[in-house]
Design a protein around this ligand. Sequence first.
Ligand code: SF4
Length: 281
Amino acid sequence: MRTISVSEVTEAVRKACGEMAFFYSTDILERMEEGLKNERGERSRAAMDMLLQNAAIAREEQIPICQDTGLVTVWIHAGQEISFTDGSLKEAVQEGVRRGYEENFLRASVVKDPLYERVNTRDNTPAVIYCDITEGDRLVIELTAKGFGSENMSRQKMLKPSEGEQGVKDFVLETIRLAGPNACPPMIVGVGLGGTFDYSTVLAKHALLRDLSQPNPDERYAKLEEELKEAANQLMIGPMGLHGNTTVLGIRIETAPTHIAGMPCAVNICCHACRHREIRL
Ligand code: SF4
């Protein structure tokens, strides 16, 4: 049995929250630079150029890429041969988020009650946490901090199995079209296919964490990812909605077994500020 003090988790999550807010991952920056080369319109080129300048300023001055520093979602994959000491694992994650946001002066964007009081918790907690027990003694923690300009444009539909690949394409493209400039394009799009109504949405969000240079390991879905990306870029929404070739930087699909009578399909729209980190302890 391996022992991990939850204080190590707090420290790693604290550090990751700052890094997510200040630094784009390399795959996203590369796609944005590629997008700049492909833009022909004056306004769309200027918008993409500004996003890249913004990225450089955020990196150099260690200030947030965007004022909306997001609501944090965490996936904990904990090996069954780990014994956690010194407190609660989930509370350690929340403490890491709290310190990461407070120490880096990141905007606190979480309200405790969604309908009535809507009072800000002032430290960006609680994060949404999913836990998964794995084999062995490794601890992997994945995090994303999602702004709600794009989260609000996400959708789910219980497709009929007979709607097939065309049904999926139509729903994904319709969702991107409806998101338009509201999602601060260029977007990164996560698609969750299968599972249940609720699980498809978790898959869609998790799909956003996959590096844009890594296609789906199943070549049928890898092809679908590329076809959807091409079709989405033909919508010509463009950087910041200013009409251009770069509407999406990538589309990532995650799948799960599902019921014979259904084909749940969720589309999680993310803006260019697709912040995520992976911690391995
Ligand atoms: S959608 Fe993204 S880029 Fe736009 S305001 Fe929200 S976090 Fe910022």
